[in-house]
Design a protein around this ligand. Structure first.
Ligand SMILES: CC(C)(COP(=O)(O)OP(=O)(O)OC[C@H]1O[C@@H](n2cnc3c(N)ncnc32)[C@H](O)[C@@H]1OP(=O)(O)O)[C@@H](O)C(=O)NCCC(=O)NCCS
Length: 174
């Protein structure tokens, strides 16, 4: 039987869970992210407490956690840029290998997109490493498409990442 998967916004006291999931993702899928495991391990663990507290209640930044039978097993960040055009993003998406292909990634991206729509977004953006074909297929299945923009990966300038966007179906009268 498939484990039941649920998603909820991070709570203020979940800094250590955030650190565990983020370091697990950087260890397991280093090719996918603009930060390295070494970078994350250098960060003072207390700053994950600060991030969790902020992402639990900010109108601009949030983290959503995936659970299987109550155990944390994935995450995604959602944020709105602090510029005039206030573009909305999902980032740092990761699902633990043991629970992949069960729609946990979809649950996370949809929860983050729903929250971004509630903050006023009409589009959600994501940077995806071009070597990460699996993630590109995953995002395309969810309705994201390439904008044509590309840039060097922040953590590895030899690799490039592509800029994807999803147009949200927003019913603001609902
Ligand atoms: C990308 C990632 C988050 C997807 O997570 P996931 O929970 O497996 O995602 P889903 O189950 O929603 O969908 C993944 C695939 O499984 C398929 N799938 C969904 N349910 C399935 C099922 N019951 N049986 C078989 N396949 C299934 C989907 O069709 C999809 O395949 P496709 O993309 O080829 O169409 C995960 O692979 C991951 O963490 N990868 C490493 C980190 C990473 O690349 N992050 C993205 C950074 S941009």
């Amino acid at each position: 039987m498939s484990p039941s998967l649920t998603v909820s916004r991070i709570a203020a006291q979940q800094g250590s869970i955030l650190r565990e999931l983020r370091t697990a993702s950087l260890r397991e899928a280093p090719y996918a992210f603009g930060e390295t495991l070494a970078d994350a391990l250098l960060v003072d663990p207390a700053s994950f407490d600060d991030t969790a507290a902020l992402h639990a209640q900010s109108p601009r930044l949030a983290t959503f956690l995936l659970y299987t039978e109550g155990h944390p097993c994935g995450l995604v960040h959602a944020y709105v840029e602090d510029y005039d055009d206030a573009r909305a993003f999902v980032a740092a998406l990761w699902v633990a290998p043991a629970v992949r292909h069960l729609r946990g990634g979809e649950l996370l991206v949809n929860a983050a997109s729903q929250w971004l729509a509630e903050q006023g977004a009409f589009e959600v953006h994501a940077w995806i490493a071009e070597e990460n074909r699996n993630a590109m297929r995953f995002y395309e299945r969810l309705g994201f498409g390439p904008t044509g923009d590309r840039r060097a990966m922040p953590a590895n300038e030899a690799e490039t990442e592509a800029f994807y966007v999803r147009h949200l179906q927003v019913n603001r009268d609902a």
